[in-house]
Structure formats: structure tokens, C-alpha cells
Design a binder for this molecule. Structure first.
Ligand SMILES: C[S@@+](CC[C@H](N)C(=O)[O-])C[C@H]1O[C@@H](n2cnc3c(N)ncnc32)[C@H](O)[C@@H]1O
Length: 382
């Protein structure tokens, strides 16, 4: 704990998530809570920031999911440090939740900061995202466009939703692109090279003959970078399993065009689950390895199905999704909520799971089992 650490307490009047790395919270400090719903409160506000890269890895889940999720109107004690006018939060505890304070269950009306630059008299052409989504905007002097033509509003809304979906899907890739800037300095490869590095490691670990002896399933392959490395560049029979369709990069399209003998990998556009083999008519015996790079919700399926059918697995876990899987328990009885705890949880499934670190920045721990080693569960498991 920092020796300058202090506590600020107040009611959350505005929450702003910039990305998975940063969230801003505005509070009206304790004494001034009676004024919090007043419009003229800019001078009473305190600006807080969560810098998730500086915090314990469970903090993202804590602030965004489950019982400790922060909501507008909650009265919270924040622990952290002041840097000029901005308070960096390390942790927090609830004094009172809005759901308990609000007598008639009305939602707390968020109070966005009054932004002087929005007071321009000339309306912007950029649609107001609140108006696009809800048909109303409560921002004082909002300078964004409030489209009144219902056809145009509908098309703005469709565009907004599509962009948001795309942004979410790409969040991962963008995050890694950012990191690649600093990567050269610490000797690790940039995260954009993660699929290449994972492929090199797989070939070293399992050997060329083994990988050529059957099918490699790339579960949650996303846009297909890992399978492209294995199938197109190395000639293995690597097949993607992901409901999200493959999207080749420009250099990949060029490479395929230049080399008509090369084929892009087979893609099973469906979820991976225990019925997968039957549904796609694949003989389990032909599958030699199940792999996954940052496979999100499919992570646990990979290990469970590998163990169920005695297929070696090799995957690099990433997000935990503890709210989606509330029944997971460590041997200690605790719910795994951070990545290290999730990795521990996965390793506790079988003593044949090993861990190594791959040489790229970002989430780079590979959990893997070797052929003929994963056909037993831990003692006591069925
Ligand atoms: C973070 S992306 C990873 C993409 C890619 N492996 C990479 O590293 O760039 C996670 C992917 O998991 C896929 N996914 C989630 N659950 C799945 C499941 N049960 N079976 C197959 N794919 C799944 C999503 O569609 C998404 O494309």
C-alpha cells in the first residue's frame, strides 16, 4: 500500500468506462450528498480513475460484475492516492448501495459533468450516442446531433450497434497492438506475434510428426490467425471452431492469391461443446490436439473435452468471465475471479496439465498436456 494512500467517500454521480484499461468515476463527496442531484455541482465533484493495468487483476471483474459492481447513486469509500486533481483508486468498500437507499426503486439519474466546450451554438454532425440509443439525452448543452427523422435515427442506431459489436470483438487485438509499441524494449515479442510464437512453441513441444499425424482443432480461433499459421504457412491440418466467421488480413489474402495451392483452413462456424464431434461428423480419434489462443468462454470446454476424450490440449487462457460461470470453485472453496486463480482452477482439473510462459507480451501462459498423459482425472474425480 502506498504511504500517501488516503480515503475519499462520496456518492457516484457519473461512471465512464473508456476501455478495459480505464474507468472514470465522478463522486459528490460525503458532506455534499444532499446536493448531488443538483445541476450546478461541478465544483463539488471529485474525479476518480481506475487504472486497471495498475490494479489487482480481480478489480475489473469486481467493478463490473456481481455484488460489488459499482452503480450510479452508490455511496462508496474509495482507497487510493491523489495525483493533482485526479484520485487513483486502489480499492473500495460500499457504505450504502443506491438499491438500498432508493425508496421506490427509481434509478439514480446520472449527472454528467458540464462540459464548457459543448456550449457551442453550432450543432455537431456527430450523432449523440445517448439520443441514438434511448431517444432522449439529458446532457446539459449537448453539442451532438439529436436526429429527429425516425428513419435516419433508426439507421444511426443500427450503425452504432454494429460498430459497438465490432469494437468489442476487436478489443483484444487493439489492446495487443498498443502493447507492441513498448515490447521491443523488454526482449519479448509484441503480442501481435502471439500466433506465430505459439505455433513455434507447438512445433517444438509436440514435434512435426505428431502434428502431421491428424487434425489440430483451433477452438475459439476468431479471425483465424493461429490456424493460418499452422494450416497455410506450415501445412498442418488445422481446423477452426468458432461461431465468428474467419476474416483474413490483407497480407493473408495476398499470400493465398500468390500461392493458389495453399488453402485457407477449414472453419466450423459453431460453438465447441461435447457434441461437437458428432455434430460435424468428426472421428475423435483423428483429432491429435485441441488448441486455443485467448479462447474466452471456450477455455474450460477445451480442457474438459480434452480430458473427456483423452485428446492433448494446449491453450493460452485470457479472460475469466467469473460472472458467467458462478459455479466454478477452487479446491479451497473460493470462486476463481482473477486470471491466476482461473489458471489454478484449470490446473486443478488434472495433474497432467503443465504451464509454460510464451515469449510475447500480454496473457502468455500456456497450459498444456502431452499425448498419452491426460487420460486420467485427478484422484476422486469421475
Ligand atoms: C478473444 S477471441 C480470440 C480469438 C483468437 N483466438 C485470437 O487470439 O485472436 C475469443 C473467441 O472465442 C469465441 N468463442 C467463445 N465461446 C466459444 C465456444 N464455446 N466455441 C467456440 N468459440 C467460442 C468467440 O466467438 C471469439 O471469437
Amino acid at each position: 500500500m502506498d504511504s500517501n494512500e488516503t480515503i475519499v467517500t462520496g456518492q457516484i454521480v457519473h461512471l465512464r468506462k473508456l476501455s478495459k484499461k480505464m474507468m472514470f468515476v465522478d463522486i459528490i463527496a460525503n458532506n455534499d450528498i444532499s446536493d448531488s442531484q443538483s445541476e450546478d455541482n461541478n465544483c463539488l465533484r471529485k474525479n476518480l480513475v481506475f487504472k486497471f493495468w495498475d490494479l489487482a487483476s480481480c478489480m475489473w471483474d469486481k467493478t463490473n460484475r456481481g455484488d460489488d459492481k459499482l452503480h450510479h447513486g452508490d455511496i462508496v469509500q474509495f482507497h487510493g492516492t491523489w495525483h493533482k486533481d485526479l484520485f487513483s483508486v486502489r480499492d473500495y468498500t460500499f457504505i450504502n448501495k443506491w438499491s438500498d437507499i432508493s425508496k421506490d426503486n427509481t434509478a439514480f439519474k446520472p449527472i454528467p459533468p458540464i462540459n464548457n466546450k459543448h456550449k457551442s451554438t453550432q450543432e455537431s454532425n456527430i450523432p449523440c450516442k445517448y439520443f441514438v440509443n434511448t431517444g432522449k439525452c439529458e446532457t446539459t448543452n449537448c453539442a451532438y446531433l439529436h436526429e429527429t427523422n425516425s428513419k435516419k435515427l433508426k439507421s444511426s442506431r443500427n450503425n452504432y450497434v454494429q460498430e459497438r459489436i465490432q469494437r468489442r470483438i476487436l478489443e483484444h487485438e487493439i489492446q495487443f497492438d498498443d502493447e507492441s509499441i513498448s515490447s521491443e524494449k523488454n526482449g519479448l515479442h509484441p503480442a501481435t506475434k502471439r500466433c506465430e510464437e505459439f505455433t513455434n512453441w507447438l512445433v517444438n513441444q509436440y514435434g512435426d510428426d505428431y502434428l502431421r499425424s491428424g487434425i489440430i482443432l483451433d477452438v475459439a480461433g476468431g479471425r483465424g490467425d493461429l490456424a493460418f499459421e499452422l494450416a497455410v504457412k506450415r501445412g498442418y491440418n488445422c481446423q477452426i471452431v468458432d461461431p465468428r466467421p474467419q476474416k483474413l488480413k490483407r497480407w493473408q489474402v495476398k499470400l493465398l492469391k500468390k500461392n493458389p495451392d495453399l488453402k485457407s483452413p477449414v472453419h466450423h462456424t459453431r460453438m465447441f461443446d461435447k457434441d461437437f464431434f458428432q455434430n460435424v461428423n468428426l472421428d475423435v480419434k483423428d483429432v491429435k490436439l485441441i488448441i486455443g489462443m485467448h479462447p474466452d468462454e471456450a477455455t474450460e470446454c477445451i480442457i474438459d473435452i480434452g480430458l473427456l476424450y483423452c485428446i492433448p490440449v494446449s491453450f493460452v487462457p485470457c479472460c475469466v468471465f467469473s460472472a458467467l460461470f458462478p459455479n466454478r470453485r477452487l479446491s479451497s472453496g473460493d470462486q476463481p475471479t482473477s486470471l491466476p486463480e482461473f489458471i489454478q482452477y484449470l490446473c486443478e482439473k488434472s495433474s497432467n496439465i503443465q504451464i509454460k510462459s510464451l515469449p510475447f507480451i500480454g496473457r502468455n501462459q500456456v497450459l498444456f498436456s502431452m499425448p498419452n498423459s491426460n487420460n486420467f482425472y485427478k484422484e476422486g474425480e469421475t
